[in-house]
Write a protein that binds this ligand. Sequence first.
Ligand SMILES: Nc1ncnc2c1ncn2[C@@H]1O[C@H](COP(=O)(O)OP(=O)(O)OP(=O)(O)O)[C@@H](O)[C@H]1O
Length: 267
Amino acid sequence: MSETSAQAIEESPVVDRPAAVRLRDVGKTFRKRRRETTALEEVNLDIAAGEFLCLLGPSGCGKSTLLSILAGFIEADTGEVLMDDRPVTGPGPDRGVLFQTPTLFPWLTTRQNVLYGPRARRALTPEVREEAAELLETVGLAEFADAYPHELSGGMRHRAAFARVLINHPRVLLMDEPFGALDAITRAGMQRFLLELWQRRRTTIVFVTHDVEEATLLGDRVSVLSGRPGRTKAVVDIDLPRPRTYDDTETLAFVTAKRRIREVLEQ
Ligand SMILES: Nc1ncnc2c1ncn2[C@@H]1O[C@H](COP(=O)(O)OP(=O)(O)OP(=O)(O)O)[C@@H](O)[C@H]1O
């Protein structure tokens, strides 16, 4: 996400309620000089308000493209994207986006980064400042509130970016392999944090991953895309009880669910 897109999102007003998302026959072809790449074709998907949906598929099948369309960063060529029955026409503060590489303003401290959105919307009340402090506490960065991004570790930058998105109370969280670059321990910590957060807020989440185990651990459902052009191959329900923790990954039910998804992926 460019800084301009981040600014556009964070400077508009917010509504605090999860949204339903609907994709209808979404297609996207990139055209560059003589080369055409059809990234997505006739993607259909209904995501309920408050659902945790994982998007899984082989490399290059269009997962990031789909997320960018949902974020409003790029436009679909065909079909439509609806949020609570309203067409998505561009980026908005109702969608919080987190990428593999966290986006933070390098010249702002952690706290200033988190407060960037409310400040830009002229909504910097004492309550919001308090919420920022609580969020920094929750993501374990209270002691680093006055540190600059270059003084943070990779995992810490992720958590700071997370707090920066959460303070805007997005109605949908769009996450593009957000933990893909993290080491196994930090990654497990972030997954636990995300699950706890979702359990509390029930924000609608669309989470892109190519890791079957991660999708099984996190999702209510897993939408499996085919190889390029990406199409919805199947949507698999994950009927495992919640709250889920990393320990569940060793249970028979978990391993069975994971195998089912892998089979769809490999079909
Ligand atoms: N801006 C662009 N211009 C041209 N082609 C693009 C552009 N963005 C994506 N593509 C092409 O669209 C296809 C889908 O790319 P996308 O990044 O969405 O896949 P992905 O499933 O997220 O891949 P990965 O898992 O490897 O990150 C690829 O073939 C890619 O080369």
